[in-house]
Design a protein. Structure first.
Length: 155
């Protein structure tokens, strides 16, 4: 029997303590943003599919349009306090996404994953409701080549 061994990146979020100033509930969302790459080639990653002049025709106009579209998606979710995202390239795209979201202030947590294409996961959160107490990334080999759980504690 032949086994297919894809590379997976897992993010496990542990919320050990959460104090939501005056709120009795909060929303947590997860969204696969499907290849949110900037337009700059990283020589350490196989990200050349998403740079100008390639078959995807990825460029700054399309990048910022996607950022605006994601902001509209989060608006339709009624601005969750915590949003997990997958298929991001790096911290820069999360920083740009936080800038694009004008109605609410979000901050982010990001760690680089050892994925050859540069596919990472990240977490957006609203700092007016919570502060990060600690954040740590772990990595160990597995049958899928690696697992990367990220533990984030809020207070």
């Amino acid at each position: 029997m032949r086994f297919f061994k894809p590379i997976f990146v897992f993010a496990f979020i542990s919320i050990s303590f959460l104090h939501l100033q005056g709120q009795s509930s909060f929303q947590v969302a997860f969204y696969n943003v499907e290849n949110l790459f900037d337009t700059i080639s990283d020589p350490n990653k196989l990200d050349t599919e998403f740079i100008p002049g390639t078959k995807t025709d990825w460029n700054s106009v399309r990048y910022w349009k996607k950022q605006q579209d994601l902001s509209a998606v989060f608006d339709s979710m009624e601005w969750p306090e915590i949003i997990g995202v997958s298929e991001i390239e790096n911290a820069t795209v999360l920083k740009d996404l936080c800038k694009t979201i004008k109605d609410k202030k979000y901050d982010y947590v990001h760690y680089d994953a050892p994925d050859m294409r540069g596919i990472d996961v990240g977490l957006l959160y609203q700092p007016r409701f919570m502060k990060i107490f600690s954040s740590k990334n772990y990595m160990w080999p597995s049958r899928w080549r690696f697992l990367i759980p990220t533990v984030i504690s809020f207070m």
